[in-house]
Structures are given as structure tokens and as C-alpha cells.
Design a protein around this ligand. Structure first.
Ligand SMILES: [Fe+2]
Length: 194
């Protein structure tokens, strides 16, 4: 008699570069209950929705993460690759808002540059394992330089009040400009949103 194959594990392909599982959903739902209970419980249908956005690496065009917005000020990031805007060269960026990033699964490794008493303080290799909550102020510069497969974070954003930008080796700031073709690549990576 043929054996019936049953599995409690569900896998759903959202897009060519994004496959989600019921295991990831359970971790995300527990993270929402813990960190953003005001949103109510995360539903499976919301987790596997077409709202996920795969974000291209500005240099290679390959997706480095997928984002699912949960509200104006929160979202889930599923990480596919580090976020190194300068390739092999350091190119730390800031964000327009303060945010907290709770690592729900996996591990992120961050190089960061904080302004402390008017001095830039470089701290390479800061590890953010599951359970960690990382505060990144809008005055902080950072890069995600390494990660474990299936790393997922819950992002909690403050209001936007600044620019995206980069810090060079001399400490000079340059406002970020989306590279040519970025929006076209974004559309290519997200056929499920059309
Ligand atoms: Fe960042």
C-alpha cells in the first residue's frame, strides 16, 4: 500500500526568491504578540499575502531581504543576504527614522558607527541573535555584514524625520539617491504584486 505523505509543515512560494513556511509564520506570530500586541494576532493569510516586497541590493540587483508591512510603524523583514551597499568596501547607511529591530529567528551581524559626544565610534561585528532587540537611532550608521539563513526580524519604526544617507571613511555624509533602474528591478522582483 502506498504510504500517504502528510506533513504539518506548509511551504508557500510567494515569489521566485521568497518561500515561506508555517514554522516561520509561528515565529513571526509569536514576535508580533510579544513586541507589537496592539496590532492583534498575525494571521496566516496575512503572512502569506502578496504584500511582501523583495528589495534589491543596489549593486547586484539580487534581493537581500523581503519586507511585509504590518502597520505604518512596523513590519517583518525576512533576510536573504547581507546589506552591504558598497560591496566589499564599508559603506554604512543611516535611516530617516529611529527604529528597533527584534531578531525573531536566526542571527544578524552588524557593523555600526555611532556618534558619541561628537565622535564617531566604530563597532564592528555586533551580533543580534534571536531574542535580541537592536535600537538604531537615525543618527546611527550601520551595515548588515553577515547573517544566518532564515533570519527574520520585526521592525518597529518611529516617525520619519531625516534622510537616508551614507558615511564615507572621512566621516562625510552623502544623501542617498536610488540608483538608475532601481524601480524597474523592484518591479521585476515582485511579480506577485501586479
Ligand atoms: Fe539599515
Amino acid at each position: 500500500m502506498a504510504q500517504l505523505i502528510t506533513s504539518p509543515k506548509q511551504r508557500i512560494q510567494i515569489a521566485p526568491h521568497l518561500t515561506l513556511t508555517s514554522d516561520l509564520f509561528e515565529i513571526a506570530a509569536a514576535g508580533v504578540d510579544l513586541h507589537t500586541p496592539e496590532l492583534g494576532s498575525l494571521r496566516w493569510e496575512a503572512f502569506i499575502s502578496r504584500q511582501w516586497t523583495l528589495v534589491p541590493d543596489e549593486l547586484t540587483g539580487e534581493p537581500y531581504k523581503a519586507e511585509l508591512r504590518l502597520s505604518k510603524f512596523s513590519g517583518v523583514n525576512y533576510w536573504l543576504a547581507p546589506d552591504r551597499r558598497g560591496g566589499e568596501q564599508p559603506k554604512p547607511h543611516n535611516h530617516p527614522w529611529d527604529f528597533h529591530s527584534a531578531t525573531l529567528a536566526g542571527l544578524l551581524v552588524e557593523d555600526r558607527v555611532d556618534l558619541v559626544d561628537g565622535e564617531l565610534v566604530h563597532t564592528p561585528g555586533v551580533e543580534h541573535p534571536a531574542g535580541d532587540v537592536n535600537r538604531v537611532g537615525r543618527e546611527t550608521f550601520h551595515e548588515v555584514v553577515d547573517l544566518e539563513p532564515h533570519t527574520m526580524t520585526l521592525m518597529m519604526y518611529g516617525p520619519g524625520m531625516n534622510h537616508w544617507g551614507y558615511l564615507d571613511a572621512d566621516g562625510n555624509y552623502t544623501q542617498a539617491v536610488a540608483p538608475k533602474g532601481f524601480l524597474a528591478r523592484l518591479r521585476e522582483l515582485n511579480p506577485h504584486q501586479r
